[in-house]
Design a protein around this ligand. Structure first.
Ligand code: ZN
Length: 257
């Protein structure tokens, strides 16, 4: 089984991919440490071969559902890739402007977001669940990229497989936090039908990007709901806290340096 790929990033020849559930691998191919260290590491080695990216050049953050962004360089090469202790501390988004370095985030319903910023050039990998979305982690990443000379209208952004509006029921507290964070402009990402309140994380993060001037046609949404397809994807809501996770990975192509 091959990693899922974005049409946009594939056309731009950006090395990237999303790992998924693969029943031929132990723990169905989960890459998260909660399935056991040896299993997770063995699965990472298989998936990274399939991705065509060296695992020991990849950087993983230690994700905490907050809004910290870390810019990484070759000094952090391999951090978190082969053991959890070396992951970039308390970080949910990584950015790099160096080639020869890959970035990875892991998700099991939360939205994995990959960005290619051609003006710098740089790439970013972001983990955005409801907490990261409400804390506007995408804005923190855009602050950094625009600061470094990236034009918002030239960005490419991809939302990978994650829980969709079909399945993401939330409480009033989440809706209130999102509305407060967006001064009410985020309302289109919420909907209420027969007593069910749902939060569309794809729409919410798209709104944040569009408010910063990223054109709608430069945002690719996979539209794949992990909760609807637990046979193909890891889903926390479908399988509980013992569910494994999939990775989203991106790197700058080597010839852009
Ligand atoms: Zn769904």
């Amino acid at each position: 089984m091959q990693p899922y790929q974005s049409r946009t990033l594939a056309a731009l020849r950006i090395p990237h991919g999303f790992t998924r559930r693969d029943p031929s691998l132990p723990a169905d191919g989960a890459i998260s440490w909660n399935v056991g260290r040896e299993t997770a590491l063995a699965n990472r080695r298989v998936w990274w071969r399939r991705l065509g990216v060296p695992l020991d050049s990849t950087v993983f953050p230690h994700q905490v559902h907050a809004d910290r962004v870390a810019k990484v360089t070759r000094a952090e090469r391999g951090c978190g890739a082969e053991r959890p202790e070396s992951a970039i501390r308390e970080t949910d988004a990584l950015v790099t402007a160096e080639s020869g370095l890959a970035l990875a985030v892991q998700c099991a319903d939360c939205v994995p977001i990959l960005i290619y910023a051609p003006d710098i050039p740089a790439v970013a990998a972001i983990h955005a669940g409801w907490r990261g979305t409400v804390q506007r982690i995408l804005d923190r990443v855009l602050d950094l990229l625009l600061d470094e000379g990236q034009r918002p209208e030239a960005l490419w952004v991809v939302f990978g497989p994650s829980i969709g509006p079909c399945c993401y029921e939330v409480g009033e507290d989440v809706a209130a936090a999102w509305l407060a964070a967006t001064c009410g402009t985020g309302a289109p990402a919420l909907s209420r039908r027969s007593g069910r309140l749902t939060f569309d994380l794809w729409r919410a993060n798209r709104l944040l990007l569009e408010q910063r001037g990223v054109p709608a046609d430069r945002i690719e949404v996979s539209g794949i709901c992990t909760r609807c397809r637990p046979d193909e994807w890891f889903s926390y809501r479908a399988c509980g806290p013992r569910a494994g996770a999939q990775a989203a990975v991106i790197a700058l192509p080597c010839d852009t340096e």
